[in-house]
Design a protein around this ligand. Structure first.
Ligand SMILES: C[S@@+](CC[C@H](N)C(=O)[O-])C[C@H]1O[C@@H](n2cnc3c(N)ncnc32)[C@H](O)[C@@H]1O
Length: 1569
């Protein structure tokens, strides 16, 4: 019995005075409050307040029942007023649930709320007083909007949480009575307004738990003004759109759903479903990242559709493009469409793809529903709903769904689906585009070959083109401008950006881009793409230029804007003269533009000449800086483009052209630089720079000889080169004095180098003079070096350095006479080296405080770099000793320790040449320490740009012939082995590193007489032979994309300019295999070497599998072991002692790809040795019992060997074979059976082919057997597949023993990943031994029979990873099925209605009670899972009361597992087994029919029983059933008819059947009525 009942009983029967007790309690609470509220006292407050509340309740009840005369109403009023004033309100000021989340505080607040509620009941005065108090305090709070910090520290405000909670209780209590008092109603209204003001700043949770119930109650009280209230709330909802507070929006929409969307079809107060804004909100909810919002918006949609369906409304039929509409006439079509939509939207909430996939095809129906038809009314579905589905799926957890979403949108037929007409442009240019960011969308489809474009790439092209086509010209501009602006203003993943740009670059030409968009693209080029892979960057830059060419509106975008972009595109990556992109630009320029614009040819010429004039304008005090170069590049490029477009080369009346005039201008500036007294050096430098750039930029891709443009430029260069050289010399000796001259030094260096390269034919005295000047400066005895002297030295060394760089490489091209000149130059420089004191440290001038160490660092590094450049040239070309090599070695080492990365590269290159020279002079230790220094400098370079150069220089210095030749035991060899191992380690993470090592090592060992030195590096060679790093997915994607773009050929802008990233690691094996192919089987030492390698391979083969349990095919272990056995097979001819080892491995190896290699080795061995052939039959004996796989191998070998045996042996061989194989044709083991049947058939065929008539005759019966087995349907297919497979049908182990079969075909046929295949071309590219196409190796490169690639791998191919191609196919079959039945996730929205009842009741744990329905009594059951299960069943079928023996069951895990929260939604009563009799009787009194679910003598069969509406079902105990004393109490027992032998059903099942039958009968009744 509840406590209040106890109290009321006590008071009813005793003479205790209630008011006295109450007064005492009030006083005691007051006392305690006077001493200050303490948390520790909460439980005592709780207790006292509860008692007080119960007392007042029963007091009120007494009065209402008028059972007691001695209680007067006045007195009660006074008591209540006191309670409110003295207890409740003061307590409210002490509770801060917003800042104190302890549960006790919450509980006390609840009790205070209930107490106030009791006090205001039937008492308008107190009610008015409390409402007044609440309103004032809420307003104070709203004005102050305190933070939680404020609340903690300033106790003058009452917590809003407290206030709202009390309001909720008060209003609930008040609303139970009819309120006629107008003043009070007005008060409620003003409370409504006050509370709504809080919505903006209080938490969404508080709104849900208290505000909404309060507001709903007020509406109920003042229902005649409902429209006004609803309007008011709608305004708030709209307001939240601006604040982007979706949660509040949806909470309010759902909370007030009864008013906005009344289910009964009565008129809405505010018909929001006719408002565009509402639908926009709803759609934003469906794609919201917050799942609660998504659920709520879907709930609203369902509710609206449901209303429309059931009440046949006409909604929005007058609008032309409504987001949502409904019409009675089209009800069924609309209904179907919306059901599909909601199913799809709902299922996307699921994580598992297999649940979602069957529903995806419905999208097609939705797309169809958006099409405009001839029928009256708008299309069934507005296209924006497609957008919601697509956007929602674009951030799904599953990549498959993301991919589906991208593919769906890109495949939309925009001709039919009016997305653009309906104004979804913004979505297409924005969110849709952003949803394509996911890099994995651009992964190459599994199963497609390398070089295949990702499907998404092609879809993008089609999509953009279609957008263009369906749009009117006026729309195109804004559309594409918006899209490009969105692209430029975002940070993109490289893959997405690349393909989007590629797609855009292919839309048809149309002048639509404005200046702003072009500027945006410019930003894109200077933004994050600077840091991405060069091939990607080159392509993206190029696509951007292509987009410009296609889309720029020459009428609005000036040439200058374009020029500014063109100068940002890197020449070496995409915009090089002669490359496709260049040609496109040229054509574009040729097209010209409107008259009088700078795009018109005349305009362009004018613009160019003006630009040059402007560029050359300098003031007297301006100085040359690197900033000048951007303008110079722009001018140079533009001039060259205009020249190639024949615009700048067009001859005018005065027989001159723009190109000529500009070059003449340059030439006249440069020719007068030494004589024109007033010319600023800035101007001279600028002219020099522009000329240098013209020289550089005019050199076309694949340069062969000068064209007309180059001739003009070169003649200008020649024409003024003397003056320029003089100028440079003068500048160096006189004007280079300070740090700021560094950029000039760089300019002169570039010029000199370019000059040396481009005009090498004529000897120029000034060149010699310049060299002399430089040498003079270098050799000048210097005592004290100040900054200006240092800078001069630097510039001289730089000029000599850049010249040396040219002189050391470029000799072969020049003709004799010039090479003589070059030799002289070289000699001069080498001569200088004799006296020049080289340094490892270009020291900072002492005493110069202005220089920071960092600034000097750059200078010093530039100096050292050039100094070593000179040394490198001298080491390469000067035979005469020009310095002490040991000193040079020491200097190189010093430099390595201080120098920068660039210096390291050159010093390492020098060391490669120094080491052989000093090798004999130094100890081994010294060599090792030098190598250590080299290694250290390589390690330091790990993160820098010059990494690859340093790596190459290091491997060339370390793994050079003179060191590799050292003796076996030499410590240098040990050190080199270690470095190699370390490099292999580094290479596991960095593609290409090991390739550098392998290339160098194998190149050196391939040289004559070097091969045997491989002996010292067996471990390394084997490691390299099995190398192949696991490439990370991201990197692999880059390779794939590069390969795919390469297939685009010239239309990919980076093609032919940038080396695409590809998997270089496969080349490591190519180097090693090519090396091994040099072995000669007739050479004893070679055999010995091969033997060692093979032994090592077999050892490593054992080792790699140790400690690894990963036996999946294509795992790292599998691939490594496969590669090792490939080497064994390659070298099998060199070793004979392999027989046992091979069989040992065949016994254990499980990977088919490796087994076949091993079988092949065995075949070769048997082929060479007769005695091994004899052993074959013994092996059949050996493996008879256990080794099924080994038996299969034996069977394979048998059929391969036969035809290769000497004729004399054949008869005997086949004779032996038949009885050995025949029994296995009926083996139990599937594989063995199939193999032997195939082998038998093949063997029989071979007997015929080889003409072994005797055998055929003797075994005639075999024909029948073979025929029979081929007719046996079960295995025929597999046998046939095996017989048709590559290995059975095509491979001839002798004929096809080629690199192509071993390294490509076999790998291909055994499903080894493509990364492991080696193409014959790769061998050719790597080595000269295959030059004549056949090679001179013991093994052939290519197969004679070339058609292997088309072979069927047959059974041989095992599918290790589920083949995604198959999966796709499966997907396709579902893809068209839009009608088949699918799983539907039920959303019980009717119960989800967030009206006042459910909102407050769900929150407060009170369950809805549908009176007068079915009562299910489970008090006799004691197995918790049965109870949980029944609870769920009862909830689902709307049972109105669920009776449990003990309430505690619901907390049991086992109960909850089965009930899955059902217990939260169904009213549960506790009736203990012992109380059942009383309970049943009481229920009978209430009008229930008591039905026992039991098999009894008098049971009625379920099929014959009609349940009354008020039914109580009593279920029996699992073991005992229903006890007899209860049976006699029941009205009837119903049993389920049974057919089987088992005595009874499980109780949950029985209960479920009866509950359903009850519900079914009720439903039938409703239907028929
Ligand atoms: C496993 S049976 C109880 C044992 C049963 N009375 C006996 O001793 O064979 C558990 C409960 O399931 C219900 N039940 C099982 N089979 C039934 C049937 N065919 N018709 C009606 N109720 C059944 C009854 O409520 C029964 O008390």
């Amino acid at each position: 019995m509840e406590k209040s009942n106890v109290i009321s009983t006590v008071f009813q029967h005793s003479s205790v005075k209630v008011d006295e007790v109450c007064t005492n309690l009030i006083e005691s609470i007051q006392d305690s409050l006077d001493q200050g509220f303490k948390f520790e006292d909460i439980s005592s407050y709780n207790h006292n307040l509860s008692v007080l509340k119960d007392l007042l309740c029963c007091h009120s009840n007494k009065i209402s029942e008028e059972t007691s005369k001695d209680i007067d109403v006045e007195n009660l009023y006074g008591l209540k007023a006191n309670v409110v004033e003295k207890v409740c309100l003061p307590l409210l000021e002490c509770l801060y649930p917003s800042t104190d989340s302890r549960s006790d505080v919450q509980i006390l607040l609840g009790i205070v709320g209930k107490l106030v509620a009791v006090c205001v009941q039937s008492n308008e005065e107190i009610l008015a007083r409390v409402l007044e108090y609440i309103e004032i305090n809420i307003e104070r709070y709203t004005d102050a909007k305190p933070t939680s910090y404020d609340l903690q520290h300033d106790k003058s405000l009452i917590d809003i949480h407290t206030l709202l909670e009390v309001t909720r209780h008060v209003i609930n209590a008040a609303a139970r009575e009819r309120i006629d008092n107008e003043k009070l109603v007005a008060k409620f209204k003003s409370i409504f307004m006050t509370v709504t003001k809080c919505l903006e700043f209080i938490s969404v949770e508080l709104i849900g738990s208290t505000c909404v119930p309060v507001l709903l109650k007020v509406i109920k009280v003042d229902i005649k003004n409902v429209s006004e209230y609803a309007e008011f709330i709608w305004k708030y909802i709209l307001n939240f759109s601006q604040l982007n507070d979706r949660r509040k929006q949806f909470l309010l929409l759902c909370g007030f759903a009864n008013y906005f969307f009344p289910v009964t079809g009565e008129l809405c107060c505010v018909d929001v479903k006719c408002k565009q804004e509402f639908w926009e909100i709803l759609q934003s909810g469906l794609i919201n990242k917050d799942s609660v919002n998504r659920k709520r918006s879907l709930y609203l949609l369902k509710r609206i559709v449901d209303i429309c369906e059931s009440t046949s409304l006409e909604v929005n039929t007058e609008q032309s493009q409504p987001i949502f509409w409904w019409s009675k006439d089209r009800s069924s079509e609309l209904s179907k469409t919306w059901q599909d939509f909601m199913l799809l939207a709902e299922v996307l909430e699921e994580k598992q793809v297999h649940v979602i996939r069957p529903l995806l095809p419905r999208m097609k129906l939705l797309v169809k529903a958006t099409e405009t038809t001839t029928r009256k009314g708008p299309p069934l579905l507005h296209t924006s709903w497609l957008m919601t589905i697509i956007l929602r799926s674009s951030y799904h957890e599953s990549l498959q769904i993301i991919r589906w979403s991208a593919e769906t949108i890109l495949s939309l037929d925009l001709y039919k689906c009016p997305m653009i007409e309906q104004g979804l442009d913004q979505y297409l240019t924005g969110e849709m585009l952003y949803s394509l960011q996911e890099p994995k969308l651009y992964v190459r489809e599994q199963g497609s070959s390398l070089g295949t474009m990702p499907a998404m790439a092609e879809k993008l092209v089609t999509f953009f083109t279609t957008c263009w086509e369906v749009m009117s010209q006026e729309k195109r501009g804004p559309f594409f401008c918006q899209m490009i602006n969105n692209i430029s203003s975002r940070h993109w993943g490289p893959a997405a950006l690349l393909f989007i740009c590629r797609g855009l670059a292919q839309i048809p030409s149309t002048a639509c881009l404005d200046r702003e968009t072009v500027q945006g693209l410019r930003k894109l080029l200077t933004g994050f793409i600077v840091a991405i892979d060069t091939y990607f960057r080159g392509s993206i830059q190029g696509y951007v230029v292509q987009i410009l060419i296609k889309l720029v509106d020459k009428g609005t975008v000036p040439l200058e804007d374009l020029a500014q972009i063109l100068c940002l595109v890197r020449r070496e990556e995409s915009l090089q003269r002669g490359a496709t992109l260049w040609t496109s630009c040229v054509t574009w320029f040729q097209e010209g533009g409107a008259d009088k614009t700078d795009w018109d040819h005349d305009g362009m010429r004018k613009y160019l000449e003006n630009s040059v004039t402007q560029y050359l304008q300098t003031s007297l005090d301006s100085r040359y800086t690197t900033a000048d170069s951007a303008t110079a590049v722009m001018v140079a490029r533009l001039l060259l483009l205009a020249s190639d477009a024949s615009i700048a080369t067009k001859m005018d009346d005065s027989n001159s052209s723009t190109l000529i005039r500009i070059t003449q201008t340059l030439s006249s500036v440069l020719n007068s630089i030494n004589t024109h007294a007033y010319m600023s050096t800035h101007k001279a430098d600028k002219a020099l720079l522009l000329l240098s750039l013209l020289m550089k930029e005019s050199k076309p891709k694949g340069y062969i000889q000068d064209d007309d443009v180059m001739k003009v430029i070169n003649s200008t260069v020649e024409n003024c080169q003397s003056e320029c050289l003089v100028y440079v010399g003068r500048q160096i000796s006189d004007n280079i004095i300070s740090l700021s001259d560094l950029s000039e030094i760089e300019l002169y260096m570039d010029y000199v180098q370019l000059l040396a390269k481009s005009v090498p034919t004529v000897r120029n005295v000034q060149f010699d003079r310049l060299v002399d000047t430089c040498i003079g400066i270098v050799n000048k005895p210097q005592e004290v070096m100040n900054l200006s002297k240092k800078m001069k030295q630097l510039s001289a060394v730089c000029i000599l350095g850049s010249l040396s760089c040219f002189l050391s490489h470029d000799l072969t091209k020049s003709c004799d006479q010039d090479s003589k000149w070059h030799v002289e130059l070289r000699n001069k420089i080498c001569e200088m080296l004799k006296t020049w004191k080289l340094t490892s440290n270009f020291t900072k001038p002492s005493g110069d405080q202005r220089l920071s160490q960092q600034e000097w660092g750059k200078i010093s590094s530039l100096f050292l770099e050039n100094q070593w450049q000179i040394v490198e040239m001298a080491l390469q070309h000067s035979a005469a000793p020009w310095c002490d090599m040991l000193e040079l070695l020491a200097l190189a080492e010093d430099t390595l320790s201080v120098g920068t990365e660039q210096t390291s590269v050159i010093v390492l290159k020098c060391l490669r040449m120094i080491i052989p020279k000093v090798k004999e002079m130094v100890t081994e230790d010294k060599l090792i320490s030098t190598l250590e220094m080299c290694w250290a400098s390589f390690q330091e370079s790990r993160r820098i740009v010059a990494f690859w150069d340093v790596l190459e220089a290091f491997v060339q210095a370390a793994f050079q012939p003179c060191l590799l030749q050292l003796e076996e035991g030499s410590l240098v060899i040990v050190a080199l082995t270690e470095y190699a191992e370390k490099l292999i380690e580094v290479g596991k993470d960095k593609n290409g590193v090991v390739n550098a090592l392998a290339t160098q090592l194998c190149k050196v060992l391939c040289e004559p007489d070097m091969l045997l030195h491989a002996d010292k590096f067996i471990t390394i060679i084997v490691d390299l032979s099995m190398f192949g790093a696991l490439i990370r997915r991201g990197v692999r994607q880059v390779h794939d994309i590069c390969a795919a773009l390469e297939t685009d050929g010239d239309s990919c802008p980076a093609h032919g300019l940038v080396k695409p990233m590809c998997n270089e690691d496969v080349l490591v094996r190519v180097s090693v295999i090519n090396l091994l192919c040099l072995l000669n089987p007739d050479n004893q030492s070679h055999c010995c070497l091969a033997m060692k390698i093979m032994k090592r391979c077999l050892k490593v083969y054992d080792d790699v599998a140790k400690g690894s349990t990963n036996r999946f095919s294509n795992s790292q272990v599998h691939r490594q072991r496969h590669r090792l056995i490939q080497t064994v097979l390659l070298l099998q001819d060199y070793v004979d002692e392999l027989w046992k080892i091979i069989w040992g491995h065949l016994e254990c190896e499980t990977q088919p790809s490796i087994r076949h290699l091993l079988e092949w080795v065995a075949m070769w061995l048997m082929h060479r040795h007769r005695h091994l052939r004899e052993q074959l039959w013994l092996l059949f004996e050996k493996y008879r019992e256990t080794k099924n796989l080994t038996l299969c191998s034996l069977l394979c070998i048998v059929i391969h060997m036969g035809p290769h045996l000497p004729t004399s042996e054949q008869t005997e061989y086949f004779k032996q074979a038949i009885p050995n194989i025949l029994p296995w044709c009926m083996a139990h083991h599937f594989h063995t059976r199939i193999y032997s049947q195939a082998v038998m058939a093949k063997l029989w065929e071979q007997c015929h082919q080889l003409g072994l008539h005797d055998i055929v005759k003797q075994n005639a019966i075999l024909t029948c057997i073979v025929d029979f087995s081929q007719q046996n349907r079960n295995s025929t297919r597999n046998v046939k597949k095996l017989l048709d497979s590559f290995f059975f049908k095509f491979l001839d182990f002798e004929r096809d023993f080629t690199l192509e079969t071993i390294y490509k075909i076999m790998s291909m046929m055994t499903s080894l990943t493509e990364e492991d295949w080696i193409q014959p071309e790769q061998f050719i590219e790597n080595s000269s031994i295959w030059n004549d196409g056949t090679g001179s190796s013991f093994i052939q490169l290519r197969n004679v029979a070339r058609d292997f690639e088309q072979c069927d791998p047959g059974l041989w191919k095992y599918i290790s990873l589920k083949n995604p191609a198959d999966e796709d196919a499966a997907e396709d079959t579902v893809a068209d099925d839009t009608e088949s039945d699918v799983q539907k996730k039920i959303m019980p929205w009717r119960q989800m209605m967030m009206d006042e009842e459910t909102m407050s009741e769900v929150d407060h744990g009170v369950k809805q009670h549908i009176e007068g329905g079915l009562v299910v009594v489970t008090s006799l059951i004691n197995k918790v899972p049965n109870l949980g299960g029944l609870c769920r069943t009862s909830e689902i079928f709307g049972v109105s009361e669920y009776v449990l023996g003990k309430m505690g069951y619901v907390d049991d895990k086992a109960f909850q597992v089965l009930s899955v929260t059902a217990h939260k939604w169904i009213p549960i009563t506790e009736v203990h087994e012992t109380k059942l009799i009383d309970y049943l009787q009481q229920k009978r009194q209430e009008g229930y029919t008591l039905v026992g679910v039991e098999q009894t003598a008098n049971s009625v069969c379920l099929t014959e029983y009609t349940f009354p509406e008020k039914t109580l079902l009593l279920l029996g105990n699992e073991k005992e059933g229903i006890p007899v004393e209860l049976i006699s109490l029941l009205d009837v027992c119903v049993e389920i008819p049974q057919q089987g032998v088992i005595r009874s059903l499980n109780v949950h099942v029985s209960g479920a059947i009866l509950i359903w039958e009850y519900r079914r009968q009720q439903l039938m009744k409703t239907c028929s009525s």
